[in-house]
Design a protein around this ligand. Sequence first.
Ligand code: HEM
Length: 492
Amino acid sequence: MNEKLTTASGIPYASHEDTQSIGPRGPLLLQDFILHEKLAHFNRERIPERVVHAKGSGAYGIFRVTSDISRFSKAKLFNAVGKETRIFIRFSTVGGERGSADTERDPRGFAVKFYTEDGNWDIVGNNTPIFFLKDPKKFPDFIHTQKRDPHTNCKNPTMTWDFFSLNPESLHQVLFLMSERGTPYGYRHMHGFGSHTYSMINASNEVVFVKFHFKTLQGVKNLSAREAGELKSRDPDFAQRDLLAAIAEKDFPQWQLYIQVMTAEQAGEHRFNPFDLTKTWSQADFPLIEVGTIQLNENPANYFADVEQAAFSPSNIVDGIGFSPDKMLQGRILAYPDAQRYRLGINFNYIPVNRCPFMVANYHRDGQMRTDGNGGAQPNYYPNSFDTIQQDMAYKRPAEHTRSQTLDWFGRNAPGEDDHFSQPGIFYRNVLGPEGKEALAANISEAMSGITGPKREEIINRQLCHFFRADIDLGTRVSNKLNIDLAGAVHH
Ligand code: HEM
């Protein structure tokens, strides 16, 4: 049977293209409500874009356990080798708007939602194991420098490098960003990281700290700065097209999930703060432990419904997985649901892509766009004598013990927390090959040559000091490319 065209309220009608008018040449009649409905709906099609990570691509898939980690976690999704859990992933760039180019130099978001029987678990990570910051209070200032200048409405390298140079803790991630990993070849050829330190809790309520790593099974592939620039104009939606086409052609992208594990004792004795998001944990000391694979095998039928309306949050953790004292993680627990209440409305968890497919039972009621029946005739308060919803004490989380009992505003880069240079130095010397080093220095000098204005020299010199402190060769290469007279600068 052919479907009839109807209004939003289901009334079939016949005049979709021509508005009722007085005479064939108008004017129009106010009573043609179909015109109003069409224009009014159209006027309200846009919702706020994500304040960061606005441009992205998503797909559904499967997580499959390949190795038993029940000694670390009692999370049900890990409780049998071979067990499968449906997932939804959204990849993204960070700084650009919803229509910006996919090949911008930027970290890439790597957000995974696992629809587990104990609720939805999200890892809202990046393609980098580290971040620019270690205190969430700094996030708005930082992002302002990555977005548009308030006066010119253009991207502004002066404010970007002013911020980087004034916040040396950003150096590790700056090197990552400026290397060829800053322009990955689409989303299939990059690793993903939970980045933060999380925890895992086993059936005996023993807690360990963990980091999550997703290793691409497609192999790492990056674009050179020239290729990325060329693609920006030729195919700004390159990564979207690449992911969609691969899945449509049944070339399903896959990643292997690993964890690194650190005990509380090891954390207490570690040579640096293991909850500092600007640092990695050495894989020699904390080797990767296999967990499972993820495979993306289903393109969403409708981009807006599933990808634009997806809401990921680090606060979505399930039984067997926990937080850590990582300050950035703590800040994000608050930020994401708050952003989503604004962007999607208070009932965003009922949108199909966000909804737990197994069970939702609580006393939240009403609010805009509550379309799921709103609890029907069931009581809307707890405790009550009528329904059967109970708190299950089996889900109680173990008590935690803090190392310090002093409340204060502690300097994030105070002595003991101020080694911003050792790991960037290792990254430069040991991770990058000769070509990678050269590309890094070229990308940095290209970006820094955009610094302008009266503070140009001051900003450049301050940032060069950070490069030199990480590695003399790196500092020298960047200085040479920027034509800085080192002898003069040293005497200065
Ligand atoms: C304190 C630091 C941070 C704050 C306050 C923050 C805040 C936000 C906010 C408000 C959004 C938009 C959420 C939405 O509208 O749905 C977002 C998106 C996102 N953030 Fe963060 N962020 C922080 C750090 C990080 C870090 C360290 C990572 C990665 C390790 C990260 C990864 C992401 C990703 C992947 C998305 C996009 C999720 C999606 O695809 O929908 N963010 N962030």
